[in-house]
Design a protein around this ligand. Structure first.
Ligand code: PLP
Ligand code: COI
Length: 361
């Protein structure tokens, strides 16, 4: 388990094999964790140091730890897949490494080099390989994150940070593997303004989205869609996923980068659609146009995409003014085909023309 960069300290009391198998039969999302975690420290004077994979366990933090006050924290999300030939693969992990650095830059945090990002993930997955579930559609969800660990109440970029990776066996993000989800339009709360942190994957963005997400759940919806801050008109993205729209002429559209998170799934879908000759525009789309197009039949499908959600059809959209259905309200053909193509590549079941699959172990 040792890696040139990471010391390995085995968990002396790992979950027993039978119990692990039982847990992996129905992993759900985000509630089950493996035996180990990876950790690297950073300080002003030493830079990155003390890289290790160790037993997963609680952290002890001084109450004045900076992150608890000013939320200087960023994270990533990616998956490890168990392949049919017994191997293990990650999907485009260097894109996550790059985005992690971009998030760090925006939050005035130190930049983690690729070899530590990838090394931490590979070392952890190798240690906890038996935790990768094998039931259909499942994977090991990896959560790298970094936070300000300096004990200081002054408002400034911290001089000490902790970077960690935890791993969580995962099935479907949406309960019951929802055939199509319902979206609530947040007309009051927004997620990100120009110049803000919308394109960074920082915990604060999610904290700010929770009140709107709670409203969505109260309205019987699965996710909230956020609109732009200036006009409350242009569709940005969901609380934790990007959006794509499919039209009756076969073309597609997705909101442009800027205030949204630059999703790696979004980028992969753009590439796969263009590979198939589908015309895809990255352009603003208005909420009233979405409704008009859905009602006229010009818009035939909408789907959400992200690491956790993979590709999930949107069936219905609800707002304070009423609601509308997209297509038949269930999964559309283009959505299903793109999902099948993407997941086949992720699981190395089909040729990988863009070199996205990172096999190891
Ligand atoms: N948008 C938000 C707000 C997200 O949290 C995520 C999930 O990571 C995405 C989009 C999709 O990004 P990715 O495809 O890289 O997982
Ligand atoms: C992911 O897809 O990795 C995310 O971080 C989204 C979150 C809602 C789980």
């Amino acid at each position: 388990m040792s890696s040139p960069l990471f010391q390995f300290e085995a968990n002396p009391a790992p979950v027993e094999a039978n119990e692990r198998s039982r847990l992996l039969e129905n992993p759900g999302f985000g509630k089950l964790f493996t035996d180990h975690m990876a950790m690297v420290r950073w300080s002003d004077d030493k830079g990155w140091h003390d890289a290790k994979v160790m037993p997963r366990g609680p952290l002890t933090l001084d109450p004045a730890t900076a992150v608890l006050h000013y939320a200087q924290e960023i994270f990533e999300g990616l998956k490890a897949y168990r392949l049919d030939d017994g191997g293990t693969a990650l999907f485009r992990p260097l894109e996550n490494a790059r985005r992690f650095r971009e998030s760090a830059e925006r939050m005035a945090m130190p930049l983690l080099p690729d070899d530590l990002f990838l090394g931490s993930i590979e070392a952890l997955v190798k240690a906890d390989r038996d935790w990768i579930p094998s039931i259909d559609g499942s994977s090991l969800y990896l959560r790298p994150f970094m936070f300000a660990s300096e004990v200081f109440l002054g408002v400034k970029p911290a001089s000490e940070y902790l970077y960690l990776v935890i791993a969580s066996p995962a099935g479907n993000y949406f309960k019951g593997g929802a055939p199509a989800v319902t979206i609530w339009v947040s007309d009051h709360y927004t997620r990100a303004a120009p110049g803000g942190t919308g394109a960074a994957k920082c915990g604060g963005n999610y904290a700010a989205s929770l009140v709107a997400q709670r409203e969505a759940i109260a309205q019987g919806c699965d996710q909230v869609v956020f609109l732009d801050t200036a006009e409350r008109r242009w569709i940005d993205e969901l609380g934790g996923m990007n959006l794509f729209f499919v039209f009756d002429d076969g073309s597609m559209l997705t909101p442009p980068l800027g205030t949204i998170l630059p999703g790696i799934t979004r980028d992969s879908v753009l590439t796969l659609a263009r590979d198939q000759g589908i015309a895809v525009r990255e352009a603003p789309y208005a909420i009233d146009q979405w409704e008009a197009d859905a009602k006229s039949g010009k818009l035939v499908e909408t789907f959400a995409c992200g690491t956790a959600a993979v590709v999930t059809p949107v069936g219905r959209v609800k707002s304070r003014d009423g609601e509308f259905t997209i297509g038949s309200g269930g999964p559309g053909q283009v959505t299903q085909a793109l999902k099948a193509r993407l997941t086949a590549i992720q699981r190395a079941q089909t040729p990988d023309p863009h070199g996205w699959v990172h096999r190891f172990g």
